[in-house]
Design a protein around this ligand. Structure first.
Ligand SMILES: *[C@@H]1O[C@H](CO)[C@@H](O)[C@H](O)[C@H]1NC(C)=O
Length: 209
């Protein structure tokens, strides 16, 4: 009886892992073994100064952004709802024919970030439309570092199953498109020291936007 139950549990875990793995592969997500890190965030974070339009300079592969160029993140807030941050990802998708864009469409995805504890305003629970609701109401998104005027680094991590597998997202954001942050190497060095593997960063193309 005991044996039977253990076998059933093992099968359930294996099926979960396979489902998540195939979902991850289709969606181009960064899924790796291990638990989510607990990185520090920007000290004295001032959300009002952080709001507005950011250009995605580099990011981890995510289903939303795959194949997009000229990607921007737009953060907005209602004055009387300071615990919520509206998050929009917008960009362009090109249909190419022999290396030339023959059709271009703009794409937009909407999400919402919620500050779970106002003592930590740079730690949010983020949910995008259509995303599986892993870790709802838990902190899964961090503003790691920003100077508000030129660069920001954001990081997200969720655990989709009871076993130690994590799905990560990260973005280097810049106010000006195509302007490499002066401190990029230092920012990545810090991320590595917090347990975030920066090899997954890819440059986002931002030409003829
Ligand atoms: C927010 O965080 C502080 C400091 O860690 C903690 O004392 C407090 O209980 C938390 N508040 C809530 C609502 O969880």
């Amino acid at each position: 009886m005991m044996m039977m139950r253990m076998m059933m549990q093992t099968i359930v875990v294996l099926v979960t892992v396979c489902l998540v793995a195939s979902w991850a592969q289709q969606q181009y997500v960064i899924m790796t073994p291990g638990v989510c890190p607990d990185p520090p965030t920007q000290s004295n974070f001032d959300i009002k100064r952080f709001l507005g339009i950011w250009n995605v300079y580099e990011c981890f592969d995510t289903p939303y952004i795959f194949g997009m160029t000229c990607v921007q993140m737009v953060f907005t807030q209602e004055d009387d709802q300071t615990q919520y941050i509206r998050m929009q990802i917008r960009g362009l998708r090109d249909v190419e024919f022999f290396g030339h864009s023959i059709w271009r469409s703009s794409v937009e995805y909407d999400g919402v970030g919620t500050v779970i504890n106002s003592t930590y305003p740079a730690e949010w629970s983020v949910l995008f439309g259509g995303q599986p609701e892993f870790d709802r109401d838990n902190v899964n998104y961090y503003v790691l570092s920003t100077d508000y005027d030129s660069f920001a680094v954001v990081y997200g991590c969720v655990r989709p199953s009871p076993i130690a597998i994590k799905i990560e997202t990260a973005m280097i954001l810049t106010r000006e498109p195509n302007v490499k942050p002066k401190t990029l190497d230092f920012l990545k060095y810090n991320m590595k020291s917090w347990g975030i593997d920066t090899k997954y960063f890819n440059k986002i193309s931002a030409f003829n936007c």
